[in-house]
Every structure is written in structure tokens, then in C-alpha cells.
Design a protein around this ligand. Structure first.
Ligand code: NOJ
Length: 568
């Protein structure tokens, strides 16, 4: 460890986010106050009490900015205003005020890799001549081939298809191409341009001045592209947010092909975050920056959270780990070690708005690459009951760990993925850009159930819902679970209370090995956590049980179950 890291980690070790449990709200699907079928900010404010009741420390709000909603708000048309779909700036202030009254911190989503093509910055760029300062905000290039009718390079969009779209000049002739790593309505900024840096510092200040406690930074590994935009074909093909594997290209271009994707994890991103860190540090309190960076290995991801950069990075390596005791022991050790080497805590996460909910994912019977989603015709349909049982065990294994944990709305209800959405209801651009080959992410984004007997399960009072809610979701509704012993909601509530009481988030993990290869067991801050991933029951050392994910059989731990014990 170098000296800077040691000093910083000693001096700053008590920031709230180091051990916080942060709950992701997906505004479209949380609570809908005006009954139009899309959730909104007043809806969230009205339901914040139930999150305080759950026992979380902070909320992260997915985008609510002005947007044509081509990518559910990750296509921003104005970074400093609220989309009328979600409310107004006054509604945001009211939400922030209420959250702070309830002692909940508020993190907002920042989307700096790309804007919407409807953003005035892009519209001005389109209207301006080739080579103009306006064009230099984004990545415009001439096409290849004699008439420029081939894209400038061979990159593919994460959502499928080409990563380039050709423009049309005002006289109707074909013009330059622009880069979009995602949908064609999401042009990438050129972060080599100081103008872009300045605009985003303004955006940070706008929200910091309003009082937000931090930012979750979208695609924080993709903002800078390799010089010359060299060709690259990802091994996984389109749809991958990370990874380093590549396939051989034709011999003539192979020599100039880089060994890792020229649009992910470029060194230049780090200076951006150093600049942002300095801005956040000007503000009172501990304002947090959390990276969405699909980077592996973990030792490389740790570079995002060096003391002068971001504070947290989502641990997607953990999220993507198979349900296997050796694999989980390894990823937990690797995570703690990697982040500790730069003085940062590890984060833990099992679900979010981009992946199959873990109550389904952990019981899929065939591999399902990230972003592919699960639909009625997917191979490897989940074993439903096993999924919920594993999800409860996995959550208790995660919430016992030191560091910070992220929860995704609805997981505290044990919600599964909505697998049977009809094609005509689907909205994710992935579905359309792959011609339905990939179902995409709609199945984890369905509005969540609050009251079993109300219209739209209490999501609103009209029954409208931008994605249809499955008929069998009444049993998952919050009112059916609150106060019912053994419900998933009560499991989460008790786990969060006990996690707080024992200060597990700031503890230290010591492995226990006596339970055999199919068990993950550790001590942390006076609590012993034992997760049985095997097929036979395991004898427990003491009977002082704090909480178990399933009923115990005396002093034995059934398969697919996690228990927290008071350490002897
Ligand atoms: C990551 C976000 O989480 C995802 O929902 C979005 O589609 C892409 N970034 C593009 O912004």
C-alpha cells in the first residue's frame, strides 16, 4: 500500500457510505401518484416511510431528467431539469427534504457517457458544419470507403447493431457518422473536449447545490475512447458492458488491434474522476461518487476508487458469481483484498435494473449472458421455488459482509423476474435492436406491488402500468408480507436491523472452514454467518440463532439456507 492510500484510509474511515445499505429506486416503477402508469417523484415521496421502515441508509434514484425515454431515462435531454413524466424540480426538492427528515441520504444518477439525441447540445452539433466546435462535443467522424458509406470503425452497440449512425446534411446528402455505444438516440460525448468537462462540472454543482448526497455514475468505464478509435470485435459480440476478450480479425487489421476493448476502461477516465472528486470535496458532508464500471479483474476495478477518485464501484464480479461455495468464497476474498489495497470498502450487489432479478437468476437452468433477459421462450427457464429460497439465502450471505450493500426495489419482497411479458409490451431497446433475439431488461423493471387488493397492486389508483404486472404478484405485495413472520420483507427488515446493531458493515471478515466445501461461513463483528449451498443438512455449532433464511431443523442448517448465529 502506498503512503497516500494509508493516510487517506486512516483519516476518512468513518464516511457513511463505507457501510451503508443503499436502495435503488427505479422511478418509472416504484410508485405512481398521478395514475398515468409511470411512477413519479411525488409517488416516491409518499412511499419513503416504508423505506425508512425497511431500515436502509440511502436511496439511489435512477434517472428522472428530461428525456424522450428511449432508454428509460438513460437518454438525457436536459441534465438540470425533471421530465414532466416524473414531476418538477419542486417535487424533487420535496423528495430530498422528506428523505433527509427520515435520515435517508439521496444519490442521483449521472449519465455522462452520452446524452439523448434530443439534447440541445446534440441538436446544435447536427445543425453546425463538420469540423465546428459544436460537432466537437460528440464523436463525429467521416465514414470509410470511397463514398464514406461505411462506418468509421467496426464497433457494435451494447444494445446490438452498429455503434455508428450516419447523419444527413441539410441538402439531403449523406454526411458524417456519430458514435453511440448504446442506442442510436444516445450519442457519445467526446471527453477529450474541455467543453464537455466544464458542462458536467456545472451539472454536478447544480445537484450538489440542491443538496444531493452523491452520484451513481453511468458507464464510468466508457467515457474515454482509445486514440484513433481502432477496430475491435468483442468476443461476446454485442451486448457486453465489459470484458477483455477479443477474437482474431482479418490479418490486415489484426496488427493494429488492441488487446482489450478500446472503449472500455481507458486510462483517461481517471483524470475526470479526480476533477470531480475535488468538486465534491468542496461541499459539506461526505458526498459520494459510485462507479457503474463493468471492469474486471477486481484489482483493475479498484483503480476507480483510489482515494482521489470515486468512493465506491459496483461489484458486478460478485453479482455475476455463480451459486457455488468455492466461487463465492473466492470472489469475497478477492473483493475485500482488491478494494482494501486502495483503502476502499467493497460493495455488494445482487440485483439492479439491468440484470435478471436474483430470485430468478440463481435458479436458471442454462447460462444467460448479462443484458439478454429471460422471456417465455428462453432456454433454461428458472425453477421458481428454488429461486426464492436461494435469493433469501444469498441476500443474508451478502448482508452479513463488511462494506456497503446495494438493494434493488422489489427484492425485499422476493420479486422474481417477470418472465412472461408479451412481446408487444416490451420497451427495452435491446429487444428491438436484436430483433427480439434478446428479451432485454423489461422483466426486472415491472412496477412493484404494494397492496394485494388495490388497482395495479397499489402502484397507483387507476390500474395503469407501463409494463403489465403478473397476475401472481398479489402474494408478493408489501401489505401481505409486513408483519408476517417468515416473509421475505420481514427477513430483510430483521437482517438490516441486526446488521446495524452489530455494525457488520464496518466489521472484518474471518473465514470459518469447518463446515465443508459446500458451505460459505465467516465471522464478522461477533456474528457467525453460515450459508449451506450443498444438498445435505449441516450441523451448527451453537443454537443462538439471530436469523435464518428458512426455518431450521433443530441445530441443523438445511440446504440452500443461510443462518446468522451469535458467535460463541
Ligand atoms: C447503464 C444503465 O444502467 C443502463 O440501464 C443503460 O441502458 C446504459 N447504462 C446506458 O446508459
Amino acid at each position: 500500500m502506498d503512503t497516500d492510500v494509508a493516510l487517506s484510509s486512516t483519516g476518512l474511515a468513518d464516511e457513511w457510505w463505507r457501510s451503508a445499505v443503499i436502495y435503488q429506486i427505479y422511478p418509472r416503477s416504484f410508485a405512481d401518484s398521478d395514475g398515468d402508469g409511470v411512477g413519479d417523484l411525488p409517488g416516491i415521496t409518499a412511499r419513503l416511510d416504508s423505506l425508512a421502515d425497511l431500515g436502509i441508509d440511502a436511496i439511489w434514484l435512477s434517472p428522472f431528467y428530461r428525456s424522450p425515454q428511449n432508454d428509460a431515462g438513460y437518454d438525457v435531454a436536459d441534465y438540470c431539469d425533471i421530465d414532466p413524466l416524473f414531476g418538477t424540480l419542486d417535487d424533487f426538492d420535496a423528495l430530498l427534504h422528506k428523505a433527509h427528515e427520515l435520515e435517508l441520504k439521496v444519490i442521483v444518477d449521472l449519465v455522462p457517457n452520452h446524452s439523448s439525441d434530443q439534447h440541445v447540445w446534440f441538436q446544435e452539433a447536427l445543425a453546425a458544419p463538420e469540423g465546428s466546435p459544436e460537432r466537437a462535443r460528440y464523436i463525429f467522424r467521416d465514414g470509410r470507403g470511397p463514398d464514406g458509406d461505411l462506418p468509421p470503425n467496426n464497433w457494435e452497440s451494447v444494445f446490438g447493431g452498429d455503434a455508428w449512425t450516419r447523419t444527413t446534411r441539410t441538402d439531403g446528402t449523406p454526411g458524417q457518422w456519430y458514435l453511440h455505444l448504446f442506442d442510436k438516440s444516445q450519442p457519445d460525448f467526446d471527453w477529450n473536449n474541455p467543453w464537455v468537462h466544464e458542462r458536467f462540472i456545472d451539472v454536478l454543482r447544480f445537484w450538489l447545490d440542491r443538496g444531493v448526497d452523491g452520484f451513481r455514475v453511468d458507464v464510468a468505464h466508457g467515457m474515454v475512447k482509445a486514440d484513433g478509435l481502432p477496430d475491435w470485435r468483442a468476443e461476446e459480440g454485442a451486448g457486453s458492458m465489459g470484458g477483455a476478450g477479443g477474437v482474431a480479425l482479418s490479418p490486415e487489421i489484426e496488427d493494429s488491434t488492441p488487446s482489450s476493448p478500446p472503449y472500455w476502461a481507458q486510462e483517461g477516465v481517471h483524470q475526470i474522476f479526480r476533477d470531480w472528486r475535488r468538486v465534491l470535496d468542496e461541499y459539506e458532508g461526505d458526498r459520494v461518487l459510485c462507479a457503474e464500471a463493468w471492469v474486471d479483474p477486481l484489482s483493475k476495478l479498484a483503480l476507480w476508487v483510489r482515494p482521489d477518485e470515486m468512493d465506491q464501484a459496483f461489484n458486478f464480479t460478485y453479482l455475476e458469481t455463480e451459486w457455488s461455495a468455492p466461487a463465492l468464497r473466492k470472489v469475497i476474498t478477492d473483493s475485500i483484498d482488491a478494494f482494501a489495497s486502495v483503502g476502499a470498502p467493497s460493495t455488494w450487489v445482487l440485483s439492479n435494473h439491468d440484470v435478471v432479478r436474483h430470485a430468478t437468476r440463481l435458479a436458471l437452468t442454462a447460462p444467460n449472458p448479462q443484458g439478454a433477459g429471460v422471456g417465455p421462450n428462453s432456454a433454461g427457464q428458472p425453477i421458481v421455488e428454488l429461486g426464492l429460497r436461494r435469493a433469501r439465502a444469498a441476500t443474508m450471505l451478502m448482508l452479513g459482509l463488511p462494506g456497503s450493500a446495494y438493494l434493488y426495489q422489489g427484492e425485499e419482497l422476493g420479486l422474481p423476474e417477470a418472465v412472461n411479458l408479451p412481446d408487444e409490451a416490451r420497451q427495452d431497446p435491446t429487444f428491438f435492436r436484436t430483433n427480439g433475439e434478446k428479451y432485454g431488461r423489461d422483466g426486472c423493471r415491472v412496477p412493484i406491488p404494494w397492496e394485494a387488493s388495490a388497482p395495479a397492486y397499489g402502484f397507483n389508483t387507476t390500474g395503469a402500468s407501463w409494463l403489465p404486472q403478473p397476475a401472481e404478484w398479489a402474494d408478493f405485495a408489501r401489505d401481505r408480507q409486513r408483519g408476517r413472520a417468515g416473509s421475505t420483507l420481514e427477513l430483510y427488515r430483521t437482517a438490516l436491523t441486526e446488521r446495524d446493531a452489530a455494525a457488520l458493515g464496518t466489521g472484518h471478515l474471518t473465514w470459518r472452514h469447518e463446515f465443508g466445501p459446500d458451505v460459505v461461513a465467516y465471522d464478522n463483528a461477533g456474528v457467525t454467518v453460515v450459508a449451506n449451498l450443498g444438498t445435505v443438512p449441516v450441523e451448527l455449532p451453537v443454537e443462538d440463532v439471530i436469523l435464518a433464511s428458512e426455518p431450521l431443523d433443530g441445530a441443523t442448517l438445511p440446504p440452500e439456507t443461510t443462518v446468522w448465529l451469535r458467535a460463541s
